[in-house]
Design a protein around this ligand. Sequence first.
Ligand code: PAN
Ligand code: ZN
Length: 193
Amino acid sequence: MNSTLEAQETTFIEPFSVDYDLVEGAMKNPTNHLVRRASDMRGHYRDAAALQQLIDTGNPVHYEVYERPVPEQYGHLMFCISDLRPGTVGEECFMTKGHYHTRLNTGEIYLALRGRGYMMMKTNDGKCRYEEFAPGRMVYVPPYWGHRSINTGSEPLISFCVYPGDAGHNYGDIEREGFPRRVFLRNGKIHVE
Ligand code: PAN
Ligand code: ZN
């Protein structure tokens, strides 16, 4: 049984449940498990030489994302749990690549479960804002805002997110534009510059 609303297809599926390990930030039986290492982050940090050194000395994991995908359609809700490791590239805090949603007018909810950090957000006309991540805090990423998570703490930053099934991910524009602000750890203090 499929229903059509605003001429967009929404596939009927059976209800299901998912179990999480909220301390490890893992989904027990993920269908998709994405692992991004230092070598996947080329072009994103200011200090390319420091990133190369990290790649050459073990190429550590930056973050992992666990998903149980649903149809990528209007009406469905995609969700995932992610584990962004602590660390720096030079002095810049570990972060996700960041993206716009392909359908720009789709938002996202992030619930912080463990660790400390920021959600850095930007629009394609140059606005930039950030919100702090801390356990028990929800960050709302409104439609039109590109977003990137940044770990400013010493333990993994674990978050759970939910977004429209038909949102899609646009990495290319963020790679070209970058974010106007970066987050650094210097002498034990966090600086947003
Ligand atoms: C999240 C992100 C996840 C990884 O599920 O995809 O945190 O970040 P990157 O996609 O930037 O590598 C999300 O925002 N989905 O829309
Ligand atoms: Zn997103």
